[in-house]
Design a protein around this ligand. Structure first.
Ligand SMILES: Nc1ncnc2c1ncn2[C@@H]1O[C@H](COP(=O)(O)OP(=O)(O)OP(=O)(O)O)[C@@H](O)[C@H]1O
Ligand SMILES: [Mg+2]
Length: 371
């Protein structure tokens, strides 16, 4: 079946959608390469669904353009676009059989009966729904219903697949399995896909590129690794994984990196802080920090709290003003420190004085006024 699919890139140019005073989507520019899966990730209300609906044509942009391949589809109605959408609620017709549900898009397009039977057969096999054709959706499990929804989307051979939180109605285990299935299918068919989720783990596990949105704006696009290692701002640093974001004093800065000071300790950054920003901040991931016995390497600190999360111990550690050496005026801070597989000598109960050790080097720094 793969050979019967053709796909297209997606280009969003200065795309905006306002609802009265609400800027649901605010001048978004994004190029999605053909054959890739891009996740739109961001908190509730940040404009993910509105962006997706503008790609599908269900929502008219206030301004800007949508291109599929080289074709400007901004003014093309949804049914004439080569797009198919899979919804959270599946949106299956409960009184129709699985077969009828899948055939729906082809019937609406008035395809001949024999062609419908052949193409429904293809996607039924593809989605491993053989034997379920005569059942009604309520007789199927959640995972099977989601497969029917996918089959129904694929049967029209769209160039672009759009997913809006397709797995939210499933339990945790099934979500993980289904997201793997969706990813495999997307790879096999090589079909350009946009997948909306507010679940970071889901986005990171399936996407080629993740596009992070906040308050209608596209903040950063990158691979999961890039977003984790080089977040563009505090919002991304805190939204993607756990992080400690702290202001730092820049001692040295050049094209091949920077040196900063934090609580009297020197840390290198492989990249300089963004230009023209008066201040800089460092993102310290909890697993990049270490705890040593009091008096050991690092700055004096106190364990404020400890919890076990699976294979790691998560510490809350306070660095106090009075204990800071080196005359820094940074004041105190509370940091999260993750120790994986802690050994017996790495157990520090609440209240224990410790030495907090920073990494010698970080990939990048943050700049800007929001630090
Ligand atoms: N039809 C509408 N009329 C008025 N406001 C709307 C409409 N659709 C969306 N909005 C507003 O636009 C903003 C973006 O909504 P959108 O549904 O795109 O967010 P989202 O990122 O998909 O959120 P969620 O994760 O909760 O689904 C929100 O403030 C929402 O209230
Ligand atoms: Mg939404």
């Amino acid at each position: 079946m793969a050979e019967s699919f053709s796909t297209a890139s997606i280009t969003l140019q200065d795309l905006s959608r306002h609802f009265g005073a609400i800027m649901a989507v605010d001048r978004v520019n994004l190029k999605i390469e053909a054959g890739t899966l891009v996740c739109l990730l961001g908190p509730s209300g940040c404009g993910k669904t509105t962006t997706l609906r503008m790609i599908a044509g269900f929502e008219e942009p206030t301004s800007g353009r949508v291109l599929l391949g080289l074709e400007d589809v901004t003014n093309v109605p949804p049914h004439a676009r080569p797009t198919a959408m899979v919804f959270q609620s599946y949106a299956l017709f409960p009184h129709m059989s699985v077969y009828e549900n899948i055939a729906y898009g082809l019937r609406a397009r008035r395809r001949p009966k024999a062609e419908i039977a052949e193409r429904v057969g293809e996607v039924v096999t593809l989605m491993e729904l053989q034997g379920q054709e005569k059942k009604a959706p309520p007789q199927l499990s959640g995972g099977q219903q989601q497969r029917v929804a996918l089959a129904r989307a694929l049967v029209i051979r769209p160039k672009v697949l759009l997913f809006d939180e397709p797995l939210s109605n499933l339990d945790a285990q099934l979500r993980v399995r289904m997201r793997g299935e969706i990813r495999d299918l997307q790879r096999r068919l090589g079909i350009t896909s946009v997948y909306v989720t507010h679940d970071q783990e889901e986005a990171f596990s399936i996407a080629d590129q993740v596009a992070i949105m906040n308050k209608g704006r596209l903040i950063q696009v990158g691979t999961p690794r890039e977003l984790y290692r080089q977040p563009a701002d505090r919002f991304v640093a805190e939204f993607v994984g756990q992080s400690n974001v702290l202001p730092v004093e820049v001692v040295e800065s050049g094209s091949n990196g920077a040196v900063v000071r934090l609580f009297g300790q020197t840390i290198r950054s492989r990249r300089p802080p963004p230009p023209s920003s008066p201040r800089a901040a460092i993102v310290l991931r909890p697993e990049a920090l270490r705890l040593n016995k009091a008096g050991g390497q690092g700055v004096p600190a106190h364990v404020l709290g400890l919890s076990y999360i699976g294979p790691m111990a998560r510490y809350t550690v306070g660095v106090q003003d009075g204990t800071v050496q080196g005359g820094s005026a940074q004041g105190g801070a509370i940091l999260t420190v993750d120790i994986y597989n802690p050994g017996p000598d790495e157990f520090y109960p609440e209240g224990t004085p410790v030495s907090l050790q920073f990494p010698a080097e970080v990939p990048s720094l943050l700049g800007g006024d929001n630090v």
